[in-house]
Structures are given as structure tokens and as C-alpha cells.
Design a protein around this ligand. Structure first.
Ligand code: GTP
Ligand code: MG
Length: 454
């Protein structure tokens, strides 16, 4: 932690021209350096949480008239002295101010270093610190919502409760150790098992939320697949409300996959238009078909689109068989409903079929609703905690594994001191998530994934 005494500086706003650009200093010398940069303002003597307008000067050169905001330790984001200069947003000015700050003794911050300091100074735990990156990166209401929940400590509360239960559990085990010599059968065994099972339920719930958490963060991949000419590209265009993909009545129009993002009711979707699937002797088209199949396997949701006027029940059954095998979740959508004379059955065996017209837009709103429902199915994104981070997921898997070991240990009458080892393992992995247990390399890795200035 030798770098710890450094005062760091970074541009906190995006690079490029803007109305304002903010440069942030943090560290023991933040006020002293700020005073050197804005000599007329007496910043080093000013109280916390105040602002002051003044000229930034360096080497007898006036650089910019700016506003300095002062946060004194520990009442700042990092827990250290922090000064933020709001300058005019010219890349030249901002670069000059940064150069001056470095000349005055600051060091350029590494990615995530401000948040890392906030963590090391106990301003937040690791799960909260990681949520800062997610809040900044969130592209949709749902992603934003989960990240904010986590940043405010939602996830950490759940983990703290688990820790508490585990400690309660180990107290009961100790009790058991004390009575071990008396060779009595413990009624409390059942209580212990019950406690472990409740904990396991929480952990399993968190593990299951990861798939949802991941899609909320990355966007839900929806592959639109089907036979040539089913209207897949037309549907993509209608959903996006723009002529993104080429549409024609020539079968095999789309050769490569086309991917675009779309926000529906606060959930981010990645729509993937694919080449129509059929046997083809054309080499390029065959590659496209292979790619479509691959996209189908990777997608979170497969939207199987078929021409309701021409695809018969036999063909559909074959398609369903493939989907059951290859797709995680799928929707059956009959297209060109505008061409149908009578009404079509809405069910196909056990599956619902939605009839739409990609061309006229008929029932496309229903399709959008269905997509959102499918993602949020059963999940109450309101106040529930959703795991979005792969690191947390891996640690939770270890927690679950230790719980399983404790469970089987209890049932097989393993000596209590061995069970205590599993408890320690469990506590260790819980601690890894919140940062109670970490090593420096791991921390550097986590924070290096942030952007500079955060
Ligand atoms: N009547 C009607 N025609 C449609 C509808 N959707 C698409 N079409 C027509 O169907 C033809 C094929 O549409 P595309 O969107 O290119 O089909 P595709 O599934 O992307 O085809 P490939 O890229 O070749 O696999 C075009 O002539 C479209 O105008 C619809 O809802 N109703
Ligand atoms: Mg197409």
C-alpha cells in the first residue's frame, strides 16, 4: 500500500469537447495541489463541502476560470481529501490542467483507483464498489435498477444475514462439541439441518438470479430464426422501426447475422437477424446457415418465425423438436397474419403460437410484451437481490458447495470439529464477495476493469 500516500488526478468526465469537464484530485495533498493550481482562492483553508470560483494558473499562464468543490476527509467519495475542478470542456484546457496537477505533485490515477480507495477506506464494501462500475455502465432501466440496489448495499445485506446465520450455526455446533462426551443424541441436529437448508435456499436463489442478472446487464440475446422468406429481416426492421436489414422476396436474402440493440420497457435486448435455415448448395449461404444454428444455441431466447400461410403442421413439429434440443427458451411466432383468411389456432401441442404481421405491425406490440415477460418471468426485480457479477457467482457456488458438505456431514454424523472446517470455508467465500477477505492482486484485477476517473 505504498502508493497509498499519493495524490491522484484524473478526468472524471468523458474525453472530448463538452460544456464542462471535471478534473478530480484525491489524496493527502489534494488541497495543497489545488491551492497551487488556483492560487488566488485560498482553497487549502476552505471548509468541506464548499465551492469557490477562481482562475487556474500554471507557470504564470492563466489556463481557465473554473469552480473548485472541496470535500475534506473522511466526508468524500474516496474517504480522502478530494477537490474537483469544473472547467470549460475543452480537451486542450483539461489536458493543461491535468499536466499542471501532475507538475504540482499529483499522479495520474489508474482505472478504478478512486473507487478502490473508497473501498480500502471502508466507505463501501467490495460488492458495493463493483456496483459503481455497473451503475456507470448500465444501458437500461433494469440494469440501472439492479446496480443501484447493489450499490446501496442490497446484496451486502443479504450476505451479512447469511454470515450471521452461519455464526449462529457454528455456535450451535460448539454446543454440540461441549456435550459430545455425554454421548447423547442431539435433538438440535434437526435445528442445525433446518438452518443449513434455509441458508442454502437463499444461496440457491442468488445463484439462480445470476442468469437474469447477466442478461439484465449484457442485454438479452434474441435470435430470430426460421426458414428463408419467413420475414425475419422484416420483423427486425419493424421492431427497430428502421430499415436496418435488406428485405426481399428472394429466399436466402440475409447471408450474415445482423445484431442491433433495442430497449423494450426498460429491458435491453440484442436482436439477432439470421440467415434463413435450409439445405443449400451455395457455399456462402451454407456458412450463413451454420452461423444461424450457432446463434440459436447461444441465444437467451430464440424467436422461431414461420410463414403462417405456408408452413404446415408437420414442418412445425420438426422445428419444435430442433428448438427443444438446441434452444434455451423459445417463442413460436407465425408471420404474415395479414394474408390469412380464417383465424389460426393459437396453440400447437403444448406451445402457444403468436400470430403477427411483421409487415403491417399487427400484434408486434404483443410480441414485445411477451419478450419482456419471458425475461422477467417469476423474478421480482423490484426489491429482490440479483447477482450480476461473475466473481460473486463463482464465490456463491463455493458457498453452496460448503453448505452441501455441512449438510451431508450432519446427516452422516461427521465429528463437529470437521464440520467446523466447512463452516470456515463457507465464511471465507462469503467474505470474498464483500471484500472482508481479499488479496491485493485480486483487488487490482477487480478495479482495473473500471474506467479511468472512477
Ligand atoms: N404479407 C406479408 N409479407 C411479409 C411479411 N413479412 C415479410 N413479408 C415479405 O416476405 C418476404 C421475405 O421477407 P424477409 O424479411 O426478407 O424474410 P427473411 O426471413 O429475412 O428471409 P431470408 O433473409 O431470405 O432468410 C418479403 O417480400 C417481405 O416483404 C408480412 O407480415 N406480411
Ligand atoms: Mg432476412
Amino acid at each position: 500500500m505504498q502508493s497509498w500516500q499519493d495524490t491522484i488526478v484524473a478526468l472524471a468526465t468523458p474525453p472530448g469537447v463538452g460544456a464542462l469537464g471535471i478534473i478530480r484530485l484525491s489524496g493527502p495533498e489534494a488541497l495543497g495541489i489545488a491551492q497551487q493550481l488556483m492560487p488566488g482562492a485560498g482553497l487549502h483553508k476552505r471548509p468541506s463541502h464548499t465551492v469557490k470560483v477562481g482562475w487556474i494558473e500554471w507557470a504564470a499562464e492563466r489556463i481557465d476560470e473554473a469552480v473548485a468543490t472541496i470535500y475534506r476527509a473522511p466526508r468524500s467519495f474516496t474517504g480522502e481529501d478530494v477537490v474537483e475542478f469544473s472547467c470549460h470542456g475543452s480537451p486542450y484546457i483539461l489536458q493543461e490542467v491535468m499536466n499542471a496537477a501532475v507538475a504540482a505533485g499529483a499522479r495520474l490515477a489508474k482505472p478504478g483507483e478512486f473507487t478502490q480507495r473508497a473501498f480500502l477506506n471502508g466507505k463501501m464494501d467490495l460488492a458495493q464498489a463493483e456496483a459503481v462500475a455497473d451503475v456507470i455502465a448500465s444501458h437500461s432501466a433494469a440494469a440501472h435498477h439492479t446496480a443501484i440496489h447493489q450499490m446501496r448495499g442490497g446484496f451486502s445485506h443479504v450476505l451479512a444475514a447469511l454470515r450471521e446465520q452461519l455464526i449462529q450455526f457454528s455456535a450451535l455446533i460448539e454446543l454440540e462439541l461441549d456435550f459430545a462426551t455425554e454421548d447423547v443424541e442431539f435433538a438440535d441436529r434437526t435445528a442445525l439441518l433446518r438452518l443449513i437448508r434455509t441458508m442454502d435456499q437463499t444461496v440457491q436463489g442468488l445463484l439462480q438470479s445470476f442468469q437474469l442478472g447477466n442478461v439484465i446487464k449484457q442485454g438479452v440475446a434474441v435470435a430470430i430464426v426460421g426458414k428463408p422468406n419467413a420475414g425475419k429481416s422484416t420483423l427486425l426492421n419493424t421492431l427497430l422501426n428502421e430499415n436496418r436489414a435488406i428485405v426481399s422476396d428472394i429466399a436466402g436474402t440475409t447471408r450474415d447475422t445482423i445484431e442491433e440493440v433495442l430497449n423494450i420497457s426498460g429491458v435491453l435486448f440484442r436482436l439477432i437477424d439470421t440467415a434463413g435455415i435450409r439445405q443449400s448448395t451455395d457455399q456462402i449461404e451454407a456458412i450463413g446457415v451454420e452461423k444461424s444454428l450457432e446463434k440459436m444455441r447461444q441465444a437467451d431466447i430464440v424467436l422461431y418465425l414461420f410463414d403462417a400461410g405456408s408452413e404446415d403442421a408437420q414442418q412445425l413439429q420438426e422445428a419444435i423438436a430442433t428448438l427443444q434440443k438446441e434452444a434455451r427458451r423459445f417463442l413460436l411466432v407465425g408471420n404474415k397474419a395479414d394474408m390469412l383468411s380464417g383465424s389460426k389456432s393459437q396453440r400447437l401441442g403444448e406451445y402457444d403460437v403468436l400470430y403477427i404481421s411483421a409487415q403491417t405491425g399487427l400484434h408486434v406490440d404483443l410480441l414485445k410484451e411477451k419478450l419482456v415477460d419471458l425475461v422477467l418471468q417469476g423474478a421480482d426485480t423490484g426489491e429482490s437481490t440479483i447477482v450480476t457479477n461473475a466473481r460473486h457467482y463463482a464465490a456463491l457456488q463455493q458457498v453452496a458447495a460448503s453448505l452441501a458438505d455441512i449438510d451431508s456431514g450432519l446427516r452422516q454424523g461427521t465429528p463437529a470439529d470437521l464440520i467446523a472446517l466447512d463452516i470456515r470455508r463457507c465464511l471465507h467465500f462469503l467474505g470474498e464477495i464483500t471484500g472482508a477477505i481479499t488479496n491485493e492482486d485480486q483487488l487490482d484485477y477487480i478495479f482495473s476493469k473500471f474506467c479511468i476517473g472512477k
